[in-house]
Design a protein around this ligand. Sequence first.
Ligand code: DX5
Ligand code: ZN
Length: 216
Amino acid sequence: MVQIAPSILSADFSRLGEELKGIEEGGADLVHCDVMDGHFVPNLTIGPVVLEGVKRSTSLPLDIHLMVENNPFFVELFAPLKPRYISFHWEEEKHPHRLVQRIKELGIGAGIAINPATPVSFLKEILPELEFVLIMSVNPGFGGQKFITSGVQKVRELREMASQLNPALKIEVDGGVNRETAPLLRRAGADILVAGSFIFKSSNYREAISTLRGEG
Ligand code: DX5
Ligand code: ZN
């Protein structure tokens, strides 16, 4: 069954502990943490102080999505939090193979994120090394943007490519996931759906999470 990873970017940060409790009780599988540095993307979000607080406030595994320059620095910075997953952007990393090996050596699930304009075929060579790929279905930087529909076809294409090269590969999709887009992504073969505004702007987190899972 598809896993749901609420993105805390859309949570109310004045009551982050309660928000985390809400998604945990609502049946979330992971907490998606968007780390933005104001350089790779035009937004600045959370760092180690907040993520240490998140770690202390939830028993859900952390899924850290780096949208930064200098990826290796941030991998080392967040490794002590023992996240379940770390992904970094293909567009920003000169040595993706080396960094994937390092993330794995730290005992963390390694993933690569790709922007809407980056073809999945670019990942062919590195695919066998990855635990997951994060397909961005909006341009990274902000929550609440409109879904870019080519994301669905990219999931299909990646599933097909992975059936030869890495059948256990998980496909995560991030951006504009809601009640209309989630079924398309599930059918295309996505394993993890990230959703920020759809969950945190809803009045019932449990219902929103079940809807994305296809139970509602
Ligand atoms: C965007 C982030 C997403 C964002 C998704 O750069 O990576 O995780 O929070 O937000 P929604 O679900 O509102 O599109
Ligand atoms: Zn994200």
